[in-house]
Design a binder for this molecule. Structure first.
Ligand code: NAP
Length: 496
């Protein structure tokens, strides 16, 4: 199946979405622009390895044109009353929701994730528009008498300026809307550079924003095979005041250095290495369900995925056996197949990495309980796998597995569990399972991460501040914090 063969929502009265919109060109200033004389970037179906479609490859001049378009639209969008901005964002939510099936099939096709995960992503992604539609009309300032009584302090919150947004392939819709919606709510205009592996969703969403009434130039989308130079060209423009990046920690570090040249405000959502801790007193059913969700949502291709599972010794063997039953029962298959529970990985390179990490753990003495063998069929598949007694010095203890491999190790005491959880440079998410709420809260506070799931395997929520500490990033997305990342405080001192 290629993208052109994706059937539109026949039952819907809405105009059909064009899944191959990106083939028309870069989306700049509300126009589809074809870069002259450049080959296109192929988009590969990870379930079959067939080419689905092609998207344009932006040049440095295209990148500058996209910033120009965002700059031209900036004054008009900033002056648009918050209520009007809010209603446009609300329409984005409604249109995404109405087209949820089409969007989920497209995400599943280009990313490979199981349809049920893709449906979950669409709902999550759309929710950022609803939440930020509500935030857009609640941005307020402060007014105070200075403590000495000599003057008044007025604080206004202004849109920060033009924003460059860069997103990864693992959530092709949600990582984009988590940035675009608060940026637009704040009154900013943006240029989005989606990942080369999954650009189709970003372009299709651009057509939907247009339909919702987002004016030309407010959202621009470009794809490129040269993300470094293209991003550098955009950040060199002094009108760009924000870089919001989601992706790996090494690329985040490079971008922080690039942004430093023009002292650009940065939000960084980077890599993770989440520990999942199960105490002896946990509700085993809740812990198993939580572990399956934290490990297998998106087939393990999530920054919040449980990378290291630590189980207290009293529950260890039972938990390992029951988790293995559940993992081994998952149906591996092409993302768009309705029966699939675990889709392919994004690329052959991703499978190679998982194979290397599993091989390393086994060589160091880990025990294979299920999976562990790459299928010979086409597609970038790796089966749901469980390893137990994973030695603490295994490579998967410090690297993101980013795949369907549950790595279990045993612990004895609470202090040991906390020390293990914190023995990483990352600090994005963690999960704790215990029936003792006091212990749960105590351990949650001792763990050095931005987010903790306490007796829950899912933390992502558009109404909550998502983000990490340590090498997992800077800033927060979602909740009331998300929109603040796109605002600048303006302080006026006055004597009234
Ligand atoms: P990645 O290689 O860092 O790529 C992310 C984005 O950055 C892509 O759009 C990529 O473009 C672009 N990029 C790559 N090199 C660049 C450069 N030199 N300058 C500017 N842009 C550049 O990450 P990924 O493999 O796509 O995504 C997986 C990573 O994202 C994992 O580490 C995961 O933990 C992290 N992640 C974090 C969060 C979070 O919220 N903390 C959420 C999701 C994912 P191309 O595609 O064209 O290379």
């Amino acid at each position: 199946m290629n993208v052109a063969a994706l059937s539109p929502a026949a039952s819907s009265a809405l105009p059909a979405l064009d899944p191959a919109a990106g083939a028309r060109g870069l989306y700049i200033g509300g126009q589809w622009v074809r870069p002259a004389g450049r080959p296109s970037i192929p988009v590969v179906d990870p379930s079959t390895e067939a080419v689905l479609s092609e998207v344009p490859d932006a040049t440095l001049d295209d990148a500058r044109a996209a910033i120009e378009a965002a700059a031209s639209a900036a004054a008009g969008w900033r002056a648009t009353p918050p209520r009007q901005r809010s209603e446009i964002l609300r329409r984005c939510f409604e249109l995404m929701t109405a087209r949820a099936d089409d969007l989920a099939r497209l995400i599943s096709l280009e990313n490979g994730k199981a349809l049920r995960d893709a449906r979950g992503e669409v709902a999550y992604a759309a929710e950022f528009f609803r939440w930020n539609a509500e935030e857009a009309v609640r941005i307020s300032g402060d007014f105070a008498l200075s403590p000495a009584g000599g003057n008044h302090i007025i604080v206004d919150y202004e849109p920060i300026g033009i924003c460059v947004l860069i997103t990864p392939w693992n959530f092709p819709a949600a990582m984009a809307t988590r940035k675009i919606a608060p940026a637009l709510a704040a009154g900013c205009t943006v240029v989005l550079k989606p990942a080369s592996e999954t650009p189709l969703t970003a372009y299709v969403l651009a057509t939907l924003y247009e339909e919702a009434g987002v004016p030309p130039g407010v959202v621009n989308v470009l794809t490129t095979s040269a993300p470094g130079p293209v991003t550098a060209a955009m950040l060199a423009d002094p009108r760009v005041r924000k870089l919001s990046f989601t992706g790996s920690t090494p690329v985040g570090r490079t971008l922080l250095a690039e942004a430093a040249k023009n002292v650009i405000s940065c939000s960084m959502e980077l890599g993770g290495n989440a520990p999942l801790i199960v105490f002896d007193d946990a509700d085993v059913e809740v812990a198993l369900e939580g572990a399956m969700l934290a490990k297998m949502r998106n087939a393990g291709e999530a920054c919040t995925a449980a990378n290291r599972i630590y189980v207290q010794s009293g529950l260890y063997e039972r938990f390992a056996q029951e988790l293995t039953c559940r993992m081994a029962a998952l149906k591996l298959g092409p993302g768009p197949d309705a029966q699939t529970e675990c889709g392919p990985m994004i690329t052959a390179k991703a499978v190679d990495k998982i194979e290397r990490l599993v091989g390393d753990a086994l060589a160091r003495g880990a025990r294979l309980r299920c999976g562990g063998t790459r299928p010979a069929s086409p597609g970038f598949f790796y089966p749901p796998t469980v390893l137990t007694d994973v030695p603490l010095d295994s490579a998967m203890g410090c690297e993101e597995i980013f795949g369907p491999v549950a790595a279990l190790s045993r612990f004895e005491s609470e202090d040991e569990a906390v020390a293990l959880a914190n023995a990483t440079e990352y600090g994005l998410a963690a999960y704790v399972f215990t029936r003792d709420l006091t212990r749960g809260l105590r351990v949650s506070r001792r763990i050095e991460t931005g987010m903790v799931g306490l007796n829950r395997g899912l933390v992502s929520d558009p109404a909550a501040p998502f983000g990490g500490t340590k090498q997992s990033g800077l800033g927060r997305e979602g909740g009331t914090h998300g929109v603040l990342e796109f605002l600048e405080a303006k302080y006026i001192a006055t004597t009234l």
